[in-house]
Design a protein around this ligand. Structure first.
Ligand code: TXA
Ligand code: MG
Length: 346
């Protein structure tokens, strides 16, 4: 791929940073690629209605082209031309959770190129709440396909600096909106399945969806490895994900047991990833990723901590296992994939 000059544009505020937003919009309208902030993680955006743009997004990320992209819109009316049918409850879900960290999967219309959907007959759509993301969609004047703005396989990016690390020289611009609010990607809900099914857990929880939907299923692949030869409902689930270079191992058990286990397994390059306040007594190198009882705090810091492990040169990372309740399921799901499902019970 040709080396590009990647511009850094300022995008912390939709009014003050109008110039950067307009420029991002122009680049996107002209078929370029721009990393943009959202409330979940940074997205690598391009015009969702141009198949060749989707191909360039896959190339910039190094992502397999059968892993479909999420299409971002800023108003409900923009959804109508993208879908061939509006499943039951879709509008109520949109009224309850949009704009926000929920992606819904619809049967696609003819105007969405198959490159954008990785060859699928369905399209994933999300309306972000981040004011700058919304302003950029409006400035571009087209729906934006945007996977997470990381190189494929690496932890998602939650700051502009992470985007520079992964994508500088490969895309036209990065809009710096500061750190992301949630830190893990949106909940992906298939409305093509009956009952609707969570394909990826996120900040909008099953319990919240159940306030609108009579029934919600969770795809088994959220917490279990995909069986050999099985077809993934969400193609993203079949790939190793969110991984730092180190081997990540999830450790289940109390803080005390974790400490003894970690001490027994200490060797050069071994790090612990623990909850806030637990590091100081460990007797070895560590990072902390959020308060034990606060999955939103863990979600916010998880990917930055995994990236920092690389900078520290960690070879093995033992991680305190989060709770699977509420938003905790999203944190657990990302860690399971970072660990390639390696879990030890101590
Ligand atoms: O929060 C987010 O969703 C972020 C920000 C940038 O909006 N985006 C994001 O995109 O996480 P990405 O491409 O990294 O993850 C999209 C996930 C993948 O696991 C993909 O397989 C799944 O959504 N997906 C997309 N379209 C789908 C479809 N039509 N059917 C099933 N799964 C789909
Ligand atoms: Mg991703």
């Amino acid at each position: 791929m040709d080396e590009k000059q990647t511009k850094i544009l300022s995008g912390k505020d939709p009014v003050i940073d109008r110039e950067g937003i307009e420029e991002a919009g122009r680049i996107l309208r002209d078929g370029g690629l721009v990393a943009i902030p959202t409330e979940t993680v940074y997205g690598l955006a391009g015009n969702a209605l141009q198949g060749d743009v989707a191909e360039r997004i896959f190339a910039a990320k190094g992502r397999p082209s059968d892993n479909p992209l999420i299409v971002h819109i800023s108003a409900w009316e923009q959804l109508l031309p993208l879908v061939s049918r509006i499943p039951e409850h879709a509008k109520e879900l949109a009224d309850a959770f949009w704009p926000g960290p929920l992606t819904m999967i619809f049967p696609k219309s003819g105007i969405v190129p198959t490159q954008t959907t990785g060859g699928l007959a369905t399209v994933a759509i999300r309306m972000p709440s981040h004011p700058v993301a919304r302003a950029i969609i409006d400035a571009a004047g087209v729906p934006l396909a945007a996977p997470s703005a990381n190189r494929s396989g690496r932890p998602s990016t939650t700051t502009a600096e992470h985007c520079v690390e992964d994508l500088s020289g490969r895309i036209d611009a990065i809009v710096d909106g500061g750190p992301c609010e949630f830190g893990v990607e949106s909940t992906v809900l298939s409305l093509v399945s009956v009952p609707p099914k969570i394909l990826r857990p996120g900040a909008v929880t099953k319990e919240q969806l159940e306030t609108i939907l009579p029934a919600v299923e969770v795809d088994p692949a959220v917490v279990h490895p995909l069986a050999e030869g099985a077809v993934a409902a969400s193609p993203g689930m079949k790939y190793k994900h969110y991984s730092p270079k180190a081997e990540v191992i999830l450790v289940e058990g109390s803080a005390e047991r974790f400490r003894s286990f970690f001490r027994e397994h200490l060797s050069p390059g071994t790090y612990a990833l623990v909850f806030t306040g637990e590091g100081k007594d460990l007797g070895g190198p560590y990072l902390e990723y959020g308060r034990k009882e606060d999955p939103l705090d863990q979600a916010e810091h998880l990917f930055a901590a995994l990236r920092e492990m690389d900078e520290l040169g960690a070879k093995t990372v033992y991680v305190r296992c989060p709770s699977q309740d509420g938003v905790g399921l999203a944190v657990y799901n990302r860690l399971l994939r970072a660990a390639a499902f390696e879990v030890i019970d101590v």
